[in-house]
Design a protein around this ligand. Structure first.
Ligand SMILES: CC(C)(COP(=O)(O)OP(=O)(O)OC[C@H]1O[C@@H](n2cnc3c(N)ncnc32)[C@H](O)[C@@H]1OP(=O)(O)O)[C@@H](O)C(=O)NCCC(=O)NCCS
Length: 311
């Protein structure tokens, strides 16, 4: 089957098809997950970034008799690392083995390209046994902390020099990101951050000391829940810097909701969410397959996104 022409990866006799997701269809995925939790625009940005690159196989749709009923997203962080997310099957079609088909097809596509990449995903605790069936192993706890931005907290700061990130800052911001990110020099990451720092309705700030970047953070709005904002990445050299960055990022959304996702153990990150009076939501378990990813740098206070880049 010529996947490049048809966009179809695999067909079954019962009418189920796994194919390439078209731009615009991510809205269905956002709608599905939006009924479970607040959703950012991350999938929109990621599918826009994939664009028409026919060789990038990262967004999968499961279709039955012409109806989109399943999804899986596999973000190519680097040649040897993918982040898997947005695994969903419409309620009417669960427990019929469709997720098995989606995961196996995405894996076959990788194998056809001779790519042996480590896959990482964050699973709800109750679904760990599902992913174990596909060879995933548990590595760490990934928890999203959420709460209301308090006006009192924003008054006390550690005196870090914090500035808005502009286009001219991109290279030094990426140099700093390379010191913390799991795959320094990732071309995907560079293209991604170029867009990420400019997400409409969002903000990006960086901390500077003696002309060196010592931390940065981004905030982006939810597109499914009014007054809800996501913080990530939040990367910083010290607790004081992360605190000052987050105070700046939240200074114009006081009284609104923020959430950020922490991969444990990261004692300073847990101290930050505690001081901010954010509460933990449903815990997730970080799982991996085909190689164990290294422990995240302690500078990673909040990961970039639990939808497209959990690092
Ligand atoms: C989780 C989800 C994707 C599973 O989809 P599915 O198509 O029903 O899964 P499958 O039928 O392919 O099942 C694969 C295996 O997992 C098992 N399984 C499926 N759902 C399960 C559940 N809720 N609890 C325990 N095991 C489960 C199946 O029994 C099957 O095992 P088997 O092959 O040994 O029989 C689906 O329930 C869903 O969309 N949930 C809502 C969204 C969500 O939570 N996504 C995951 C984010 S981490």
């Amino acid at each position: 089957m010529d996947t490049k022409q048809s966009g179809v990866y695999r067909r079954w006799d019962d009418g189920f098809v796994v194919r390439r997701m078209k731009k615009g269809e991510e809205q269905q995925v956002i709608g599905w997950f939006g009924s479970i939790e607040a959703m950012p625009s991350d999938l929109e940005l990621a599918i826009d970034m994939r664009g028409d690159y026919i060789d990038v196989d990262s967004f999968y749709v499961g279709e039955l008799n012409g109806e989109m009923i399943a999804s899986l997203v596999q973000t190519p962080i680097a040649d040897d690392l993918v982040y898997v997310s947005a695994i969903y099957v419409d309620e009417r079609h669960r427990k019929l083995g469709l997720t098995r088909r989606m995961i196996n097809t995405a894996q076959e596509v990788e194998e056809r390209k001779n790519r042996i990449a480590t896959s990482v995903l964050d699973s709800y605790e109750h679904l760990v046994s599902v992913y174990e069936k596909f060879g995933y192993r548990s590595a760490a706890k990934t928890t999203t902390y959420q709460g209301t931005v308090s006006a009192n907290a924003t008054q006390e700061r550690f005196g870090t020099d914090v500035a808005e990130v502009g286009d001219a800052d991109l290279n030094r911001l990426i140099s700093y990101d390379d010191k913390c990110f799991i795959r320094p020099g990732s071309t995907w990451r560079r293209e991604f951050l170029t867009r990420w720092i400019k997400i409409p309705g969002g903000r990006a700030v960086m901390a500077v000391s003696q002309d060196e970047v010592v931390g940065y953070g981004c905030r982006r709005p939810s597109i499914t829940a009014d007054g809800h904002h996501f913080i990530g990445p939040l990367y910083a050299d010290s607790y004081g810097i992360s605190w000052d960055l987050v105070q700046e990022l939240t200074s114009d959304v006081i009284g609104q909701t923020v959430s950020m996702t922490v991969v444990e153990p990261n004692v300073e990150a847990l101290r930050l969410v505690d001081e901010m009076k954010l509460k933990d939501t449903e815990p997730m378990i970080r799982m991996f397959r085909d190689g164990q990813p290294k422990t995240l740098s302690p500078q990673i206070v909040a990961i970039t996104s639990d939808t497209v880049c959990g690092f």
